[in-house]
Design a protein around this ligand. Structure first.
Ligand code: NAG
Ligand code: NAG
Ligand code: NAG
Ligand code: NAG
Ligand code: NAG
Length: 424
């Protein structure tokens, strides 16, 4: 009896001890280490909560959650409008910024109607910032021009996300014969932590050769610069690629579907083609308390031209040069996707609506192998989820939709009602 009780107690004690150890470990992993090393971009708040206007969320949330929310705009009910690309032409005299200023407030707006291609090579060669890390030969290494270049905006600390992407949708063996290039786009972080991250990043770059970085401060408001760096890289070092996709590191991208079902290598590559989640009829947010506030001085127009959500857009290779060139003459806006939309409008190019509205999602679509085998983007993924869903999708490719009918009948309606979309 006595023995039994003691035995039982030591067992309980051991169990408690183990549990507390696990608890401490869990705490350490989640509270201390991960946020620094990986940044946890997936921990973003729901933009719906912060979006509409007033509340300023924490810095971290502003940095990560601010993007891509449709809530930063006011939707203008009427659908027809002419391109607002003209807005800047009236207030300038065709000035070319010799040293384009990152602080968009100071950038001279330029004559957008001017479209001479004569100075083509000089404008492309005009880099906004010097490269710290570059891969100038990545494209030339292939004998033929690649089919698709993936430009993925990321920050130094998001190591895990980059590794997950390398193993999943960014794995160049998704389409080995076609030529498929993956590049992560980065700026530079300040401070001691920035220095440490920089060293790790350089090691990562030596290992994978899929990183390009320029010497600008890596911040949410500099996202436009980051994207322009990617466009400049394509224009300079890979001008003959058939297509380019720009996306983010917390995305699920079904690259296989994108390549074989949407872009289709067997067809002649399109030109002046731009597609994604078309945002049509959005107006600048004029609520001064909103973090998506757009000062009228920066953008006087009352509507944005149609643009595609920065979570993922795809365009023909020829546009990299055209957009980059025209971007040098347009006042930089910090809203990267809007800015690219303005560049397109001033080129007279209207984004093509995707074949169906479920392909490019800038919110998170609840996972099912059936849905994910028929979409291109879904937003808001932890690297572990990416790995999990990707592998599930790969192993269920053939019968992805066997249960789909049942699923659809049960779920679609429900999700509409509960606002799956609002989870962005
Ligand atoms: C983003 O966060 C960093 C540090 O967390 C801060 O220095 C920077 O100003 C923030 N950027 C913006 C645009 O708020
Ligand atoms: C641009 O502005 C000029 C004059 O300001 C106008 O004549 C022209 O129609 C405008 N173009 C577009 C595309 O709005
Ligand atoms: C803009 O450029 C065009 C073409 O070079 C020129 O004809 C026009 O006068 C310029 N407009 C302004 C406002 O500088
Ligand atoms: C990419 O996919 C191939 C084939 O599925 C696999 O062998 C390779 O390990 C993957 N690469 C990475 C970085 O996971
Ligand atoms: C963008 O990067 C430039 C160059 O590093 C820096 O001077 C500027 O402050 C950055 N802008 C923002 C809003 O972070």
């Amino acid at each position: 009896m006595q023995w039994k009780r003691r035995h039982c107690c030591t067992h309980t004690a051991k169990l408690l001890y183990l549990l507390s150890l696990l608890g401490v470990l869990f705490f350490l992993i989640h509270q201390v280490w991960l946020p620094r090393l990986t940044g946890m971009p997936w921990s973003r708040g729901h933009p719906l909560v912060y979006g509409g206007g007033a509340a300023h969320s924490t810095k971290a949330k502003w940095n990560t959650s601010a993007r891509h929310s449709q809530w930063r705009f006011v939707i203008v009910p009427q659908q027809t409008f002419k391109a607002d690309a003209n807005i800047s032409s009236r207030e300038n005299q065709g000035v070319y910024p010799t040293q384009a200023d990152p602080n968009f407030e100071n950038v001279l707006a330029a004559n957008t109607s001017q479209r001479d291609d004569a100075d083509l090579s000089t404008t492309i060669a005009h880099r906004l910032y010097p490269y710290i890390i570059n891969e100038p030969d990545k494209c030339a290494d292939n004998t033929a021009a690649p089919f698709l270049v993936l430009l993925i905006a990321t920050e130094a600390r998001q190591v895990e996300a980059r590794n997950a992407i390398r193993q999943t949708w960014g794995n160049e063996s998704v389409a080995p014969a076609l030529g498929f290039i993956r590049l992560f786009l980065l700026g530079k972080k300040d401070g001691e932590l920035g220095l440490l991250q920089q060293r790790m990043l350089e090691a990562e770059s030596r290992r994978h050769h899929d990183i390009i970085q320029q010497d600008f401060l890596d911040s949410y408001k500099n996202l436009t610069i980051k994207t322009l760096m990617g466009l400049n890289w394509v224009a300079m070092h890979c001008p003959h690629t058939s297509y380019v996709m720009k996306t983010d590191s917390d995305m699920f991208v079904n690259t296989e579907y994108l390549i074989f079902k949407l872009l289709r290598p067997e067809l002649e590559p399109r030109r002046n083609y731009f597609t994604g989640n078309n945002m049509r009829g959005y107006a600048p947010n004029r609520n001064k308390n909103s973090k998506w506030y757009m000062p009228p001085e920066l953008y006087p127009g009352d509507k944005y031209p149609t643009f595609c959500s920065g979570t993922g857009y795809v365009f023909s290779g020829d546009l990299a040069r055209k957009i980059y060139q025209v971007s040098l003459r347009i006042r930089h806006l910090h809203l990267e996707d809007v800015f690219v939309g303005i560049c397109l409008a001033s080129l007279g190019i209207e984004p093509t609506p995707p074949p169906n509205e479920f392909l490019f999602n800038h919110w998170r679509v609840s996972y099912s192998s059936c849905k994910y085998s028929h979409l291109i983007t879904s937003h808001g993924f932890h690297p572990n989820e990416l790995l999990k869903y990707w592998h599930h999708l790969q192993s269920n490719k053939r019968n992805a939709c066997i249960n789909a009918f049942k699923e659809r009948a049960g779920r679609t309606h429900l999700h509409r009602v509960t606002g799956e979309k609002s989870a962005e």
